[in-house]
Design a protein around this ligand. Sequence first.
Ligand code: AMP
Ligand code: MG
Length: 543
Amino acid sequence: MATHPASHSLDSMSFDNVFTRELPADPESSNTRRQVLDSCYSRVSPTPVAAPQLVAWSAEVCELLGIDPEAVHSDHFVQVFAGNRLLPDMDPYAMCYGGHQFGNWAGQLGDGRAINLGEVLNPAGERAALQLKGAGLTPYSRTADGLAVLRSSLREFLCSEAMFHLGVPTTRALSLITTGESVERDMFYDGHPQNEPGAVLCRVAPSFIRFGNFEIHAARQEFELLKRLADHTIKNHFPLIELGDTPTTNAYIKWFNDVCERTARMIVHWMRVGFVHGVMNTDNMSILGLTIDYGPYGWLENYDPNWTPNTTDAAGRRYRFGQQSAIAHWNLLQLANAIYPLINDPDPLENALSNYATVYASEWNQMMAAKLGFKVWDEDRDAPLITELHDLLPLVETDMTLFYRGLADLAAKRSTLQDNAGDKGLISPLLDAYYVPEQLTNDYRARLDAWLRAYSARLNQDGLNAETCRENMNAVNPKYVMRNYLAQLAIDKAETGDFTMVHELLDTMRHPYTEQPARQAFAEKRPDWARQRPGCSMLSCSS
Ligand code: AMP
Ligand code: MG
């Protein structure tokens, strides 16, 4: 593969590849599928593609990397981020990791279609690993083809950037490039394979290390390697933890506590915005507490804690919305088991796991207080109110996003609503959130009205100025989320070569909390045609 010596804004990126420098590589250099023992990664180059074409990019990620956003329009950029050309200091590799999938140990998984290009140190001294997803076979590709299709790559591109702007910890996306080649996929694994356009996504994160990176070495009893990987992770990504020349168990305990807390905070954000990851296997859990591996994810439209978009998980609904915190806890337990040999004492690990639950509960309470516009959380007063709200929301089909935006209007206008129109008045700002108006029976309305009155009285106790209250609520309750049906409409157009909706969606999601009247179409609840359509409410792992 040729490198490109000519001067270019990309060439100003400064690489510092600590992962490959500090950790042992697979001694075998052939790109064949196999078990890779005693190594953290295998060096492997991306497979060149025929006719790369830039579809979308993130100007903010360019800036993060110190690249001039104009550089994306050059042929050089497209060749590099399609995997056709390496920059001089890139050192491409695929990581070795394992994982628990749907509750069972799955052995070696690894980067089967992701190839890390290297780690950039940006002008602010921040580290950013660049990773191409869909860049071809690696030793970890198992029985699959190493490729990705436009549909799923677009979903990941749009959603990871949207999550960033929503304030949710996440990996980022620099660019999305179609390959000009087609890829065969049987979307619902039902004997109907189709050719789809191939794509390569460039993802960006301080590190792509997952829980599964530690699990694989523990499972193989590669304890020296486990320690080296943990030391590497702490030294480079947890700078507040003092490691010293001979790390003590204390450092590992602090680190695990930190991972637990970051994970708790990430899940609370998911619950705040109504995000369902869909495949919370331990290989899809970032050690940095970032949302990673956007596959069959979804956004709650009608609030239903039992919902998952992932048809592959339809039977057990293991990864349903309401179970995400419990699953993260279970995943952390698997990580605790994996790193146990570094600590050799169950107590501090158990303490960290129970601290996860404490941090989660307290963060969740704060989050709910903020969503409802309360100044501070008061357990005795607020817990019953929130329990009743969560009992009410799933009773009739209620769009979560629209409900909370409507609630902010109600909070701001509550005195006039109450005085003027009796029972009808309080519900009026919320009517738009209901999918099936006939479900609003008298009984339901009476129960909702009682709640709204109690809620309104609770707001009065805080005595916040009406406009301040609305602004506070609208700063945590998004107006725009990456609704599946919108992503699907953008995909339908993109598959015909029209990328305008992709760009419009991305642009809208840059300011998800701000009213954008010209973009009202992206704030509407799911239309009826999208209720059962594949890609809108049902997604499989096929990508
Ligand atoms: P996921 O559930 O998508 O996170 O993937 C689980 C494992 O399968 C990871 O090790 C992926 O790298 C691998 N994988 C998924 N799709 C492909 C593919 N098309 N080619 C090679 N490996 C894949
Ligand atoms: Mg994965």
